[in-house]
Design a protein around this ligand. Structure first.
Ligand SMILES: C[S@@+](CC[C@H](N)C(=O)[O-])C[C@H]1O[C@@H](n2cnc3c(N)ncnc32)[C@H](O)[C@@H]1O
Length: 281
């Protein structure tokens, strides 16, 4: 198990403190008999400096914890508003961290409810595949094609969708990462061969592939699926607190005709991108 960042920082701070104290102790021992006034002054400066460092560290940590408590409460409220709405008949897999956060899923719900959404492509499956299936069913139907590059996670997602009795609404597509060329540049992205060619895609949820794959890892989503996008297509992009995911959205809006975007302050930062009808109008 990875050490918690706070414990890791505390360990580093402790090592630093021991080194600093040893240095101060040796310097003071050397100065005490020779220059007592300088020794006292140096001791005083050291105590003030160490106090400053400790208070600064505690201040930063308390701000981080305050933000996390606020965000945790916001996620809990979002989950409490979402779960009765979809009324699942089996517990949902856990949310947040690698999985979609409740506040992203409330935006997903709003878009699906208020727009003509039939076919959804998910880049990275998981709890969103189950929630999406409930949302589509509530509206009278539709289908989710969920691209998953990692076979064990594909099996896990498929089993979770089946546990909710929603396999008829979701295809978890085994989509290994392959090479593409977009505007003369080489990119890695999911194999999209499993998405039927005769459908129009109304909504893409961009929540993968992992960012370590390449710089601006999510950029290929729109250029590769552009020909299949419906007239009023909507693209929901998570993880945009990362500059490079934000950059991918900005690049689509700049390069492609008629696309607009709207920012949402969510757990991981969300952009909604669309063309045609404004999905929030
Ligand atoms: C950001 S996640 C996709 C989240 C998805 N939209 C959801 O709601 O759960 C991107 C990828 O994380 C990987 N993943 C799935 N399950 C995981 C797990 N239990 N732990 C770590 N990574 C996982 C999968 O490869 C998935 O495609």
């Amino acid at each position: 198990m990875q050490p918690h960042p706070f414990k890791k920082n505390l360990m580093l701070a402790s090592v630093g403190a021991v080194l600093l104290f040893s240095l101060v102790f040796m310097t003071e021992t050397f100065l005490l008999n020779r220059f007592p006034l300088i020794s006292v002054l140096l001791g005083f400066i050291c105590i003030v400096f160490i106090q400053f460092l400790v208070f600064h560290y505690l201040d930063l940590r308390s701000r981080e914890l305050y933000e996390e408590i606020n965000n945790g409460a916001a996620q809990s409220i979002a989950a409490q508003s979402l779960i009765p709405y979809i009324n699942p008949d089996f517990p949902l897999p856990k949310m947040r961290n690698w999985a979609s956060s409740p506040d992203l899923m409330t935006i997903y719900a709003q878009i699906i409810k208020n727009n003509a959404i039939k076919n959804i492509v998910e880049c990275g499956g998981g709890v969103s595949s189950i929630i999406g299936a409930y949302l589509l069913e509530k509206k009278g139907g539709g289908h989710i094609y969920s691209l998953e590059h990692d076979a064990p996670f594909a099996d896990e997602s498929e089993a979770n969708v089946a546990a909710h009795g929603k396999s008829h609404l979701v295809d978890i597509l085994r989509a290994p990462i392959k090479n593409y060329t977009i505007k003369g540049k080489s990119w890695k992205w999911y194999d999209i061969a499993g998405i039927p060619k005769d459908i129009k895609i109304d909504l893409i949820l961009v929540d993968g592939p992992p960012s370590i794959l390449q710089k601006n890892a999510r950029y290929p989503a729109v250029p590769l699926l552009l020909d299949q996008l419906s007239e009023n297509a909507v693209v929901l992009v998570d993880d945009c607190i990362r500059d490079e995911d934000k950059a991918s959205v900005e690049q689509w809006v700049k390069e492609l005709d008629g696309f607009q975007s709207k920012w949402f302050y969510t757990d991981k930062g969300t952009y909604v991108v669309w063309r045609g009808k404004n999905p929030f109008a």
